[in-house]
Each structure stands twice: as C-alpha cells, then as structure tokens.
Write a protein that binds this ligand. Structure first.
Ligand code: NAD
Length: 495
C-alpha cells in the first residue's frame, strides 16, 4: 500500500477539475462566477469551481433534451450502449487512484476507504447497469383474436440528478448509471461541498464516447443550480439523495413547474438492535461500531441508535468501546487512517452541537465528544458514544450525520421493536439474534426499507436501496432502479 508521501505528491500534481461539463465541453459558468471548494483535511481552498446558475442549467437541460431527441444515445443499439458504459468503467478503473484521491481531498474521507469502497463501488454499479440494459424486457398483454397488445419501457427523457457530499461519486453513479442504461439524458448537480469526482466523471464519460449532451455536470449551490434544475419545465424527473427538508422543497418545485417525477433518498435514524441471544457479541460490537463510525457517521444508513438488551449490556458495551477506541483516526491521506475529517466545517459544527445537546439533556457521555486535530485547520470529530439515551431525547430522534452513537437499553423484544419504530424515518435497521422466529418477526415488524439480520449493511448493488416513511421513496440499486427512469407505454394493435 502506498504511503502518505505518495498521496501528498500525487495531490500536488493532480489537476483538480473546476469547469462544468455541458454539451460535450468543459466550460466556465455563463456569469464567470466561481466558488471556493474547501478541503476538510486542512480547511484550505482546494480550487475554485464554476458556479452554475439558472442560465447554465437551462443550457445544460437544452443540450440534454436535444441529445435525447436526436436519439444518438437513446436509439443506439444496446450492444453499442453497453460498449460505451463498459469503456467508461474501464477508464474509471484506470483513473481509480486519481478518483479516490479527489474524493478524499474533497470530503476528508480516508483514502483507503475511497480506494476500497467508493471508487470500486461506483465502477461495480456502472458495470451492473451496463450488463443489465439489454435484459429489460417489456410484456405482451393477454391475447385476444382481434388485438395484439404490448407494454414497453419508454425512457423519461431528461433526468435531473441532485446528490449529497457523503459519497459523492457513488451516490451520483447509483442514479446516473441506471438513468443512462434506460436511454435517458442526465444533468447532474453535485453538492457544492464535493464537486470534484462528478466533474471528473463528466470528462471521463466524454472520453468513453458518450455523445455530447447525454451527461452534463453543473456544479453550484442548492439554491442556485439545484433549484433551477428542479423548477425547470423541461426536466422530466429529479432523482435526489439528500436531506428531508430539501426533499420536501423538491416536491413543491415539481408542483410549481411541470409535475416532474421526483424520487427521494433521504435521511435516517436507523436502529441497531442487539437482542439478549445475540449469536456473537464480538462481531456485533465490531459491526455496531463501524455501523456508526464509518465515514465519520456521515452515512444515511448509519446505525445511530443502538438498542441493547439489559441482560447483555455490560459485556456488549465493553466490547463496543474497545472497538471504537481502536479506530485509527488521522490524516485522510495516510493509508492507515480509518477515521478522517468530516466533510465540511458546517457538518463538524452540527455534530459538536448535537454532542452538547446530548450532555445538556443528561445522557451519559462514555467516549469522545471533542473536536480533534484542530491545529491542522481540518474538521475532525472523535468517535463519540452516549449511553442511557432516553428514546425521547434529541440524540435518539434527530439525524446527527456525524460520529455520534446513542445507546438505549431495553428489557423485552417488543419494547425494542416499539422503540425502533418510534421515529419519522425508515431507512435501515439491524438486529442480532439466534432465534429465527424473533428474527423474522422483528424484520416484518420494523418499518424500514432495509433490514439486516446478524450483520450490518450486508446488502449490495443487487438489492434495492431506499426508505419508508420520511426516509423517502423510490429505490436505487438493483433492477428495480431501472424502472423509475422509464414510463410504461401500452401499445395495442387492432388486427
Ligand atoms: P442537502 O439536502 O442539504 O443537499 C443535498 C443536495 O441538494 C446538494 O446537492 C444541495 O446543493 C442540493 N440542494 C440544497 N438545497 C436545494 C434546493 N433548494 N433545491 C435543489 N437542490 C438543493 O443534504 P446534505 O446536507 O448535502 O446531505 C446530508 C443529508 O443527505 C442527510 O440528511 C442524509 O441522511 C441524506 N442522505 C441520504 C442518503 C440516502 O440514500 N437515503 C444518502 C446520503 C445522504
């Protein structure tokens, strides 16, 4: 494995992308405005990035529409579509180290996580949908002697994709890949905190041979480029990952404009239940710790509420703390680092504010609780654990999106299920038990889009991903994701 010096040298020589990708060219914004892209590793400005606004979004949408109508991508033979997407995956593999470095610099995540998780995950996702695109069939309707009817998938047209900063490349790919596979054009708006890998993806897609206008990338702010995209009269769908409040705005924008479809992957307050008959306390402790501290807790499925059976609590919490204390915190570019910086100063302050709230409300701080490495200028927060958190406490109810775990004890399984469901969210849940009946009963009772039994985050690209309740609707990943980027068209031929 390469060293810190290797990645620092590479970072020094890497050209950071800063121009929008619109209609096959790299461009400054029409206004000429740029915004500073701050690196959370040391709080310094990495580069300046084109600030796209309504006028830029309009040009990008027009390019996407023209590309769709001309049909160079939509009507391309499926063999050739696959070839282009597989070529893009190969190019991304060639660029994997650079992409990982861009991601690490932009959002402060450990370079090892970016190299082993984000970038290969995005490539795998792209290959999955490239492989799937010629396996989506329509249907033939019931036969009558005087009529032949069939149902086909019609691509929607122009897909606006708005994504967050926690897994910038991966979240973008979860939407871009199936949207392209179904023949759509895409306008991608990365989060203002993390534009680099999206911009690079736009460049690499051109190298792979994606026709101009099929994938456009418009960096900018939510209130600028994001809102303009969501209000645009010629965008057919917004595929969004981000916060609940912005999800609600997107539905309003849809109603105020052209009733575009909206799919929302929003936040979570996912419960992780350790029943008294947990089959392996050591493994469960390991996964509970990483379920909240991976990516500094900036994970929508983070297991931020740990529900532990009273009878095993002491032994389990001892193991959990031991795992958390061993997490190697440090410089994101150091390959041994497992806990890097938070993605922005604002997010660090949010986490610290919630830690203060936890203390004020009387929960017991048992680990961490502080900003660290402040001398670097970067945005680092220690893995933090609160015990004896009442289900009514702020820490048990609100999404922190930081490395803060809230532990609540329970005595009976039904109590755990009740607490688990006592939330506005419904993204993920985990549970550990030897009892197959309890496992099934709990999985069925829990209102969440993902339920993991005796393992945390154990699904992959083959399984749908998305939430119940205010965690949103619509699914990423799996073949189901393809469906949301197409309409069903019923065609009947009278014989
Ligand atoms: P956010 O909602 O503030 O921003 C997400 C994106 O929306 C950004 O690109 C931003 O520029 C854009 N945006 C902001 N205001 C907008 C507006 N008025 N119109 C259009 N676009 C706008 O969220 P965030 O703080 O960047 O991300 C953290 C949130 O995302 C957390 O709540 C987290 O749980 C959620 N998240 C969910 C998932 C999931 O799959 N369910 C994955 C990752 C993150």
């Amino acid at each position: 494995m390469s060293s810190l010096q290797h990645f620092e040298a590479l970072a020094g020589s890497l050209k950071l992308p800063g121009e929008a990708v619109i209609d096959g060219t790299l461009r400054a914004s029409i206004s000429g405005k740029t915004f500073p892209n701050v690196g959370p590793r040391d709080g310094r400005i990495l580069n300046r990035v084109a600030e796209c606004e309504e006028a830029d979004v309009d040009v990008a949408v027009k390019a996407a529409r023209r590309a769709f109508d001309e049909g160079h991508w939509r009507n391309l033979h499926y063999r050739d579509k696959k070839r282009v997407l597989f070529r893009l995956a190969d190019i991304m593999e060639r660029e994997a180290e650079n992409l990982a470095l861009l991601e690490s610099l932009d959002v402060g995540k450990p370079i090892t996580n970016a190299l082993k998780g984000d970038v290969p995950g995005a490539i795998k996702c792209l290959r999955y949908y490239a492989e799937a695109l010629d396996k989506v069939y329509g249907e033939v309707a019931p036969f009558t002697p005087d009529r032949f009817s069939f149902v086909e998938h019609d691509p929607l047209g122009v897909i606006g994709t708005i994504v967050p900063w926690n897994f910038p490349l991966l979240m973008a790919m979860w939407k871009v890949a199936p949207a392209l596979a179904m023949g759509n054009s895409v306008v991608l708006k990365p989060a203002e905190q993390s534009p680099l890998t999206a911009l690079k993806l736009g460049e690499l897609a051109l190298e792979a041979g994606l026709p101009p206008g099929v994938l456009n990338v418009v960096p900018g702010f939510g209130a600028g480029a994001g809102k303009a995209l969501a209000l645009h009269m010629d965008v057919d769908m917004i595929a969004f990952t981000g916060s609940g409040p912005v999800g609600k705005l997107l539905m309003q924008y849809s109603g105020q404009s052209n009733l575009k479809r909206v799919s929302l992957e929003l936040g979570g307050k996912s419960p992780h239940i350790i029943f008294a008959d947990c089959p392996d306390l050591g493994r469960a402790a390991h996964e509970a710790a990483w379920g909240i501290f991976y990516n500094s807790g900036q994970v929508c499925t983070a297991g931020s509420r740990l529900l532990v059976a009273d009878s095993i609590a002491d032994e389990f919490l001892e193991k959990l703390h031991a795992v958390a204390q061993r997490i190697k915190a440090g410089d994101p570019l150091e390959p041994a680092t497992r806990s890097g910086a938070m993605a922005s100063e604002a997010q660090m302050k949010t986490a610290l504010k919630y830690i203060e709230t936890g203390k004020r409300e009387g929960s017991t701080l048992t680990l961490g609780g502080n900003r660290t490495r402040a001398d670097t200028g970067g945005f680092y927060v220690e893995p933090t654990i609160f015990d004896a958190v009442p289900p009514t406490a702020t820490l048990a109810r609100e999404e922190v999106f930081g490395p803060v775990l809230a532990i609540t004890h329970f005595s009976e399984p039904d109590e755990a299920i009740r607490i688990a469901n006592d939330t506005n969210y419904g993204l993920a849940a985990g549970l550990w038990t030897r009892d197959i009946t309890l496992a099934h009963r709990t999985a069925r009772a829990i209102k969440a889009g993902l339920v993991w039994i005796n393992g945390w985050d154990s699904c992959d690209i083959t399984m749908p991903f998305g939430g119940f309740k205010q965690s949103g609707f619509g699914r990423d990943r799996s073949l189901h994701a393809l469906e949301k980027y197409a309409d069903l068209k019923s065609v009947s031929i009278t014989l």
